[in-house]
Write a protein of this length. Structure first.
Lengths: 110, 115
């Protein structure tokens, strides 16, 4: 079945630096790739998504890139801030549902 | 707009007991999801409803879990009997459509501890 792999599981960066989280998927029919942020003890919330008809999408300090040929997509956060500390999940749609990655814990060091 | 509501927020039960969770999705959202999130893992879909019909329940342990959405609005998820490995956060989410390619809005979750 569909599988989404996410790396790294933990990422520690200095405040102000950039962070990159990578995901790969297996279902060639997937065409929707959202990223959710989950702060400690809170619910997951959508921060950005991309559809297969575009290769890159930006929203202020966050951007997502998609390579359909290689079946991978990445989340880029620039100028990281303390409030970026959270667990980030990637996902890909497959057969009417979302398949989720295992998550990346992003730690912002002061 | 009001968000997805869930209750209770926390529940502690002993193994072999039963428990029920309730979810009220965003008004007008036809699709409702129940996820199980074990600490340190991503959400795992248990069941997906489109209105009051089941779209996918392939990962629902049907020997102990059941869910319903009788009037196509509120939903309940039940576990009977509970096992230690059922300790997790149970998240309810809703979406405008069922294709899997639209934003899912999550409720605050119910943290279940089975002792």
């Amino acid at each position: 079945g569909e599988n989404v792999e996410q790396h790294p599981s933990t990422l520690s960066v200095q405040e102000g630096d950039s962070a990159v989280i990578k995901c790969t998927y297996s279902d060639s029919a997937s065409n929707y790739f959202p990223w959710y942020k989950q702060e400690l003890g809170k619910r997951p919330q959508l921060i950005i998504d991309i559809r297969s008809n575009v290769g890159e999408k930006k929203d202020q300090r966050i951007a997502v890139t998609l390579n359909k040929t290689a079946k991978h997509f990445s989340l880029h956060i620039t100028e990281t801030q303390p409030e970026d500390s959270a667990v980030y999940f990637c996902a890909a749609n497959s057969n009417y549902q979302l398949i989720w990655g295992a998550g990346t814990k992003l730690i912002i060091k002061p | 707009e009001a968000g997805v509501a869930q209750s209770p927020r926390y529940k502690i039960i002993e193994k072999r007991q039963s428990v029920a969770f309730w979810c009220n999705p965003i008004s007008g959202h036809a699709t409702l999801y129940w996820y199980q999130q074990i600490l340190g893992q991503g959400p795992k879909l248990l069941i997906q409803f489109q209105n009051n019909g089941v779209v996918d329940d392939s990962q629902l342990p049907k020997d102990r879990f059941s869910a319903e959405r009788l009037k196509g609005v509120d939903s309940t998820l039940k576990i009977q009997p509970a096992k230690l490995e059922d300790s997790a956060v149970y998240l309810c989410a809703s979406s405008t459509r069922t294709s899997g390619s639209y934003e899912q809005y999550f409720g605050p979750g119910t943290r279940l501890t089975v002792t």
